[in-house]
Design a protein around this ligand. Structure first.
Ligand SMILES: NC(=O)c1ccc[n+]([C@@H]2O[C@H](COP(=O)([O-])OP(=O)(O)OC[C@H]3O[C@@H](n4cnc5c(N)ncnc54)[C@H](O)[C@@H]3O)[C@@H](O)[C@H]2O)c1
Ligand SMILES: [Zn+2]
Ligand SMILES: [Zn+2]
Length: 346
């Protein structure tokens, strides 16, 4: 089968032929319908040999959806041909976090060497992929896999981030989303669907700002050193009750801290290497700073419910598997509007 692999440090990913895997006991083989392109993949491919925690070659793709092609021994209640999305941040399934559905915070994943597809394990950018356990399959039902595959990360990650800040997003509050790319443009919609907060979007790219407005942001402003003051001015000097930084780079993290109101949440979702000092008098009183990772299984089911009700949708650009390297080039150039989705089986 064909697969898109990151093969050597510092090189672009390439489409190669690899053996089609067979599902072992308890495993499910999916014929991949759609696989999303996340900025985290670009970050992974920018790491040095010392920084990279995964073995190469690595088949990319941690947002995946497909139909069941075959099942291994012992797999029950999964019908051949059924359409599923893959829950990515897989854990051991047994520890207290996994028992609560929070496999993203599994206590034993590192020790057991469990890696998400595309982030250590073979991912979804291939004609077929192995899912190690049927519990990682979330039924798509009537949801179109191509338009919804990215909800497994670009939807789930901001959903998890926003859900924990909902108590602060009361009527009259303001939420700021920094970076309205794949995650950010869904974050804006989630805020509109779940809260009555005023939503202010920040990005460095005018086209991303226009997308933010199109999907429901009340205001969109260029992300620069004056942006935080503008947010302050727009909120009568108060600032935002929650800031979701979907970039996480040093300048955006600084802006996030400067936008924050007293008793607000600053949520660092992006992995751009920025840090925010916390200490008495450094930030406004009682600011909470969080750096969440992905989301839980039950939250993914909730995200799909929101999509089913038409409350959120992902803007997608589609690419064939052969053309997948071009999707990563366009992502690198900041030219993807919403999310790029690869169709490994056409
Ligand atoms: N915490 C997690 O679990 C998790 C999960 C998925 C992705 N991520 C990370 O979230 C971030 C966003 O991922 P994505 O796939 O949405 O990326 P993306 O490339 O689709 O979007 C990033 C957006 O940020 C904008 N941007 C860049 N620099 C900016 C700046 N200085 N100020 C404001 N906007 C700026 C870009 O124009 C773009 O619109 C990445 O760092 C990614 O690795 C984290
Ligand atoms: Zn991702
Ligand atoms: Zn676990």
């Amino acid at each position: 089968m064909k697969a898109l692999q990151y093969r050597e440090i510092g090189t672009a990913p390439a489409v190669v032929d690899v053996p089609t895997p067979d599902p072992g006991p308890g495993e499910v083989l999916l014929r991949v319908t759609a696989a999303g392109v996340c900025h985290s993949d670009s970050t992974v491919m920018s790491w040095s040999a010392e920084e990279l925690p995964y073995e190469l070659p690595l088949t990319l793709g941690h947002e995946g959806a497909g139909t069941v092609a075959a099942v291994g021994d012992g797999v029950k209640d999964v019908a051949i041909g059924e359409s599923f999305a893959v829950y990515g941040p897989q854990g051991c399934g047994r520890c207290i976090k996994c028992a609560a559905g929070e496999e993203n915070y599994c206590r034993r994943a590192v020790e057991l060497g469990i890696n998400p597809p595309g982030l250590g394990s073979p991912g979804a950018m291939a004609e077929y992929m192995i899912v190690p356990d049927a519990r990682h399959l979330v039924p798509l039902g009537n949801l179109d896999p191509v338009r919804n595959v990215s909800l497994t990360d670009a939807g789930l990650t901001p959903y998890h981030a926003i859900k924990r800040s909902l108590p602060k997003l009361t009527p009259g509050s303001t939420a700021v989303v920094i970076g309205t790319g794949g995650l950010g443009h869904v974050a804006v919609q989630l805020l509109r669907a779940l809260t009555s907060a005023r939503v202010i979007a920040l990005d460095v790219n005018e086209e991303k700002l226009s997308l933010a407005l199109q999907v429901g942001a009340h205001e969109a402003i260029i992300s620069d050193e004056k942006a935080a003051q503008k947010v302050k001015d727009m909120t009568g000097g108060v600032g935002a009750q929650a800031v979701f930084d979907c970039v996480g780079a040093p300048p955006t993290v600084a802006t996030a801290g400067e936008c924050a109101a007293v008793d607000s949440d600053v949520v660092l979702v992006g992995i751009g290497g920025g840090t925010l000092p916390v200490g008495f008098g450094v930030l406004p009183f009682e600011v909470s700073v969080r750096s969440p990772y992905w989301g839980s299984r039950d939250e993914l089911i909730e995200v799909f419910e929101l999509a089913r009700h038409g409350s959120i949708s992902v803007q997608v650009e589609t690419y064939s598997l052969d053309d997948a390297p071009r999707a990563y080039e366009r992502l690198h150039e900041g030219r993807i509007r919403g999310r790029a989705v690869i169709l490994p089986n056409g």
